[in-house]
Design a protein around this ligand. Structure first.
Ligand code: ZN
Length: 839
């Protein structure tokens, strides 16, 4: 894992040199391409379920070759996946993956949309998916995305006809798209949306098929393709010095948290789309057939089109500012057209082109990356006209003030204008945080009340400045969010979004505290000041039956950004019990209960997430046997620290340290998740592990995926992994061998130990094994046959070999008592003869 992480990090820092927040400066070629796009009035919406589902080759092709306004609607933000670059999971991973999608779209030229659907993990069937998601709400959001983006063409990534054959989220995304297509134009459907937008009818809907849909290229070649269109997505763009598939590879390589960094491809390559719905095509390969994608499409657009077509045809690459008079003329005409949708979309595009042609540089940087409500922030503004155009800064507006500030300053060519101002962050300002995390979500849905926010990739910036300019006498307002600009000696110039934070925040050091007996634990609270001179006290909210001392701890922090740590002693009740604790910071009679989580990776902008500061406390009725555990890390999990919490001494064994002498002393060796998929050394070291078992050791192997196992002999006996999984975390578990020592020592395991599990029971269970193995548990998802490979035990020599696909790595961080009790038994295998019990 360490090596993998290291090489991913190196990869991130070398290839993604462009800082995500740096202001974009356009080259002549980029301005020209923007003009070409400005002259195309057609749009494509690509629909799938997760970050990384999207086919960046096709998105890039639609955006860069066809010049269509192209967006990817990802129903979820991908919270359910795993993170290969850091510790963030669930909501925080969703925040990272949202930003990775935005980074991908900055690369391939698309836009990004979402729904409120929550990625709850693997789902076998769309029926289950749509039950957990609240189908009606997700359908409403797909309809909303279509009504607001107004695509002419929709392309589904997945096949709506394959229920049960692939991830349920995937099929569900296609099914919802099909259903939405038929109702978006019906004003009686989701009619409250129509207070904010209008109905819309896309012209046609396609499915982005591929050979893998048909099992092999050979099968696909045989297919009748009369209902399909094909595009060569390997097109080379001289203006970019890149081909379309190279751009696509760069875009999908933004999905680094998924380990999607990949090699680029060049040369001719075909993509296929199958016609599903809408107006059929008349033997043409133009997906926009029957739609006028020129400026004639909008009433009053002809005159605008004439001007802009001439700019495109006669584009001056040496001096794009020569086109300013024409662009401004088009801008004025554009403001008069009635079609609000196209007026808004094209005004935004045209303003960017005008700004770029004028070589305008407008920036507002704060003297601090963040500030609390009611505080004062110094702003530095840089205004620069790098053309010979006649430009005047008439005034500017701070978003925090109702009225503008008059300037009336001519911007002489290339003469920088710097001036300072300051803003008072309003007392009632909302804190900066992803809007979809503001309210408590359910397993299947984010809870967003404001319809205008639904679907947006991120929270609109709260603090910005409108620059009111007169460009050659034409008033144009350009808006810039406030940023924080700084430099680091080893990284150069860096940008961060400016953020509003609470005056104080508090965090606990762990997300779950396990009390393996009735002994007390000291728990540390870290309080961080969001402004200078904080005084107050911290107290702890805790569940009934528990005790916390002292009642209050005083805090006094001098400087913004500084922290103070305070300790509380937590005493659990005598019996098994669970609940949560929250540090509450009281400043001037007001309680603050949130923690600030900062996410900082080079390939995405700096993210600040505000979450309720809350940790689970669990008093376990657990006995443990043995003490020292060796852990060989796989793809990354928190199992080692979870085992430490219940009193084990856990040592991480690096691959190069796997030697007979090093293994000898451990009471048990545990393999991290997917270790056999990742750790190359295991092909040479597996024999030492099996010898360790033979000599009386206890080896516990957590799940591996069936593909790409690094060893020939995963087990001392025949053991075949499959893709069997039980995704329903509440699926009934049947105990096959109630008298087996592993289910009885030192803890008596019963059906109640499988209550309260999260996300799933387990995955990649073996489906074939030799008779030396004893299966202990059986379970299955609804409508499936019994899966008995979740926990297999075999005697080998004097020791025990245990293979388990149960999701301990998910249950431990969620503080699930039964998972701890069962794992303690796995660690104690073969020890019932020896010693007395620890507790
Ligand atoms: Zn997916």
């Amino acid at each position: 894992m360490y090596q993998l992480r290291l090489c991913l990090l190196l990869f991130i820092s070398t290839i993604v040199s462009l800082q995500a927040q740096q202001p974009k400066n356009h080259t002549s070629s980029e301005i020209y391409e923007a003009v070409q796009k400005l002259n195309f009035l057609g749009s494509v919406l690509y629909i799938a379920a997760h970050p990384d589902d999207e086919n960046t080759r096709l998105i890039s092709y639609m955006s860069n070759e066809v010049k269509a306004r192209t967006a990817y609607l990802s129903l979820t933000r991908g919270d359910g996946g795993q993170n290969l670059i850091g510790p963030e999971i669930r909501e925080l991973l969703g925040v990272i993956r949202t930003q990775e999608l935005l980074a991908a779209r900055r690369t391939d030229g698309g836009e990004q949309r979402f729904t409120r659907a929550n990625d709850f993990g693997y789902s076998k069937h769309p029926d289950e998916t749509l039950e957990i998601w609240n189908k009606d709400d997700v359908l409403a959001d797909v309809v909303w995305a279509i009504r607001t983006f107004k695509p002419d063409v929709i392309i589904n990534r997945f096949d709506h006809r394959r229920a049960g054959e692939t991830h349920g989220h995937h099929t569900a995304s296609a099914m919802l798209s099909m259903e939405a297509f038929d109702i978006v134009n019906d004003a009686s459907k989701y009619s409250s949306q129509l207070e904010l937008t209008e109905t819309w009818q896309p012209k046609r809907l396609f499915y982005n098929t591929s050979w893998w849909r048909y099992g092999s290229q050979k099968e696909f070649d045989k297919l009748d393709k009369s209902n399909m269109l094909t595009f060569d997505v390997g097109k080379y763009y001289t203006s970019k010095g890149k081909s379309n598939n190279e751009i696509a590879a760069l875009a999908s390589s933004q999905h680094l948290s998924q380990g999607f960094g990949r090699l680029s491809e060049r040369g001719s390559q075909n993509e296929y789309i199958e016609f599903l719905k809408g107006e059929s095509l008349n033997n043409s390969d133009n997906i926009f057939e029957g739609i006028d994608t020129s400026w004639n499409r909008v009433s009053g657009g002809k005159a605008i089109g004439n001007i802009l077509k001439s700019v495109e045809t006669n584009f001056n690459f040496r001096n794009p500012s020569a086109h300013l008079p024409q662009l401004l003329e088009a801008y004025k005409l554009l403001q008069t057209i009635k079609d609000k949708h196209w007026r808004t979309v094209k005004t935004k595009e045209l303003k960017t082109i005008i700004e770029a042609c004028a070589g305008l540089y407008l920036e507002v940087s704060a003297n601090t990356p963040s500030a609390a409500p009611s505080s004062d922030v110094k702003l530095n503004m840089e205004v620069l006209n790098r053309s010979t155009a006649n430009i005047n800064l008439a005034s500017y507006n701070l978003s925090t003030l109702p009225t503008g500030i008059s300037k009336n300053m001519p911007l002489a060519s290339n003469q920088k204008l710097n001036f300072e101002d300051h803003i008072s962050i309003p007392n009632k300002s909302k804190y900066t945080t992803p809007y979809w995390l503001n309210n408590k979500s359910t397993l299947g849905m984010y809870n967003v009340k404001n319809q205008n926010l639904i679907g947006l990739p991120e929270t609109p910036r709260a603090v910005f400045v409108d620059f009111n300019l007169l460009i050659e006498g034409t008033p144009i307002t350009i808006t810039k969010p406030v940023v924080y600009r700084y430099s680091k000696p080893d990284k150069g110039e860096l940008y961060r979004p400016f953020e509003i934070i609470p005056i104080v925040s508090a965090s606990l050091s762990h997300k779950v505290y396990i009390f393996e007996n009735d002994g007390q634990k000291d728990i540390e609270v870290t309080v961080k000041a969001g402004k200078d001179a904080i005084t107050g006290f911290v107290q702890m909210a805790y569940p009934d039956g528990w005790q916390v001392f002292p009642q209050k701890q005083k805090i006094e922090i001098g400087n913004k950004g500084d922290i103070q740590k305070v300790m509380f002693t937590v005493i659990p009740p005598k019996n098994q019990s669970e609940g949560s604790i929250t540090p509450m910071v009281n400043i001037d009679g007001k309680f603050y209960t949130d923690e600030i989580i900062e996410i900082d990776y080079a390939h995405i902008p700096f993210q600040t997430v505000l979450m309720p500061s809350e940790s689970k406390v669990v008093r376990l009725d657990i006995k443990i046997q043995g003490n020292s555990i060796g852990y060989i890390e796989g793809a990354g999990d928190v199992v080692p620290e979870s085992l430490r919490q219940i009193g084990y001494d856990v040592t991480i064994i690096k691959p190069e340290q796997i030697t007979p002498e090093n293994l000898d002393d451990f009471d048990a060796i545990v393999m991290g998740i997917r270790a056999y998929n990742i750790v190359e050394d295991l092909q040479f070291k597996q024999r030492f592990l099996l010898d360790y078992v033979k000599d009386g050791g206890n080896l516990i192997i957590q799940y591996n995926t069936s593909r790409g196992i690094k060893v020939d002999n995963l087990a001392p006996y025949d053991l075949q992994l499959s893709r069997d999984r039980v995704t329903d975390e509440n699926a009934l578990v049947r105990i096959l061998e109630p008298n087996h020592p592993i289910l009885n020592f030192p803890n008596k395991i019963g059906i109640q130990d499988f209550e309260g599990w999260v996300q799933e029971r387990g995955l990649y269970f073996p489906d074939k094994w030799s008779t030396e193995f004893t299966p202990l548990l059986a379970s299955n998802d609804k409508g499936e046959n019994s899966k008995e490979g979740a926990l297999l035990v075999a005697k080998y020599g004097k020791g025990n070999y245990i293979y388990t696909g149960l999701s301990f790595f998910r249950e431990f961080p969620a503080g699930v008592p039964g998972a701890y009790r069962l794992f303690a038994n796995l660690l104690s295998a073969g020890k019932q003869e020896s010693n007395t019990l620890k507790n």
